[in-house]
Write a protein that binds this ligand. Structure first.
Ligand code: GRG
Ligand code: 1GP
Ligand code: MG
Length: 270
């Protein structure tokens, strides 16, 4: 596919350096792939898990395997310089968008193209609902990063991110609760919903829940992640209504990153 997000004319954003991409363009790029292929594949890379050079290699192999964009973030570990360096090296190797997936305002880097500007709607902690976002928002503006408004919902078991984000975990057997939160997010104007089982979860979000949430948000876009390890799990989520699939651990653990990504990509794209 032509890289629509790179074709746009340069756009000057107040207070930031000139960038090749402007507001809305990564979101359009992703949405166009959903229209074209039925589903997007996103590779999650945690900058704290390896050296920047290795992260750039993984990103390159992921793009060769057919991933559509790179998400970068982690719920624990250092960000700052490591995040900046990781993104800088990645940008030399890849030609797909880089999207921040931040745990707090320290996860905002000027070297990314976009940010999932998310609120953890089922958190008990105001910091994860709005305070971290308020601390990060001026940086997003200053750096000229494209914010993509997103409702982040954590489902049992929730993993590290469930604990860090103090989530009142959505029960796996209650798709209607997840759908209610997703609907609330869409009424707040969030165009994306992310259903998260937690990185490394034994099982992904149940397909019944994926279907119920997709039905509730209608034209909104649904991202599903956590515990997706093989083509069957990825295909089941896509078939149930996920517009985008995230894989992190399976890619980190893969001997052959390119082949592992190709497995996911062929499973989810029509
Ligand atoms: C928009 C801004 C500036 C901040 C958002 C702040 C929010 C809502 C954070 C949600 C909670 C959180 C800690 C999210 C981290 C996102 C993430 C990278 C999860 C994946 O991390 P894991 O892989 O589960 O955890 P490890 O990093 O421990 O591997
Ligand atoms: O590491 P995995 O299990 O693929 O999970 C990815 C993502 O949903 C975590 O935020
Ligand atoms: Mg992780």
């Amino acid at each position: 596919m032509q890289k629509v997000w790179l074709q746009k004319s340069p756009c000057k954003i107040q207070g930031s350096k000139e960038r090749l991409i402007g507001l809305m363009q990564v979101e359009e790029y992703l949405n166009n792939i959903v229209k074209r292929d039925g589903c997007v594949h996103l590779t999650l890379i945690d900058p704290a898990s390896q050296k920047p050079e290795r992260a750039a290699e993984i990103a390159k192999a992921a793009v060769e395997g057919g991933t559509d964009a790179i998400m970068i973030g982690g719920s624990t570990g250092a960000m700052g310089q490591v995040l900046d360096q990781t993104l800088q090296l990645m940008k030399e190797q890849i030609d797909v968008p880089t999207i921040l997936f931040p745990g707090d305002s320290a996860g905002v880097s000027s070297y990314a193209d976009a940010i999932f500007f998310m609120s953890l709607l089922n958190s008990r902690d105001i910091n994860y609902i709005v305070t971290n976002q308020a601390m990060g928002a001026p940086l997003v503006r200053k750096f000229g990063i494209e914010p993509i408004p997103m409702a982040y919902l954590i489902v049992e078991p929730g993993g590290t991110v469930g604990w860090v984000g103090d989530a009142r975990l959505l029960p796996r057997t209650k798709p209607e609760l997840a759908a209610a939160y997703a609907l609330a997010g869409s009424y707040f104007g969030m165009r994306y919903v992310y259903l998260e089982a937690g990185s490394g979860a034994d099982n992904p979000v149940p397909v019944e829940m994926v279907g119920a949430v997709k039905h509730a948000i209608d034209k909104g876009h649904l991202i599903v992640g956590g515990g997706i390890r093989d083509r069957n799990a990825a295909a089941a989520c896509a078939k149930a209504g996920a517009d985008m699939i995230v894989t992190g651990t399976a890619v980190e653990d893969a001997g052959d990153v390119r082949a592992k990504i190709a497995e996911f990509v062929s499973a989810i794209k029509s």
